[in-house]
Design a protein around this ligand. Sequence first.
Ligand SMILES: [Zn+2]
Ligand SMILES: [Zn+2]
Length: 282
Amino acid sequence: MKRTGIFSHYQEGERLRDFPAALAGVLEKENVFLFDAYYPGKLRSAFELDPVGQDVLSRVHVAPMIRQVKDSPAYPGALYSAAGTVAAAVRMWQGEIDNAFVFTGYGDHHAGADFFGGGCYFNGAAMAIRELRQRFGAERAAIIDTDAHHGNGTWQIFENDPDVLYACLCPGVYQERCLKVNIPVPGGVTDAGYRHLVETEFNPRARRHRPECLLWNWGYDGTQGEYGDLGLTPQVHAQVARGLLRLADELCSGRLIVVLCGGSRRDLARRLIPGVIRVLCG
Ligand SMILES: [Zn+2]
Ligand SMILES: [Zn+2]
């Protein structure tokens, strides 16, 4: 049975209003651990989650950008969102947990080394990868991005890094350079067609790359009726999760971190997030 860490912090806004109540039946499992950032009036959790320090931020983002984010009202949420991903990576690397789900107030993938936007402020996945390198000498990582939009920030950060495979599925054009690949999702794609793209475009590249951990920038904004509607049904997310968990088992001792990205509907969050977490914890 997998030990799954859930990394969470105080969330404002509509989409996560049903949490953590929507995780009833999951949080009680013996193999599920809740890591919670500090905030006033928070629910009890077994572990506290510290914000990331300036050194961790500086490994990914330039100083003027960090200052700009610090001056914005989004700063605490941005900091704790990234902190969740970094803490998940560290605890997973140390063997405390096998895989993780990170709740974020603000996403990752539109935050580059020197720019941010589109609801993203800091790139937590990038910080996590650099933290594993710095502290533990980790070498190779892979990120798959199934948010409906192009991950321009993540792409830029790792543009010239031959140790990070980044595969972005979005409705753009095919391009590939230095293990960064954009996989175009055709209009009106079916769930089966989408899974086929993951299996034929991402999995073989991951097998060649042999990552030591797998990160998944997971957005549900490509679901039918969402703001990035790609035609996917709600069912596809747990299916993709099962496939990626199998791939992580095959390649990197099951190390998989799911980072919550786009998606706005509360009803979908309530249904899809517990579905993905149930795949992780078995
Ligand atoms: Zn998106
Ligand atoms: Zn893309």
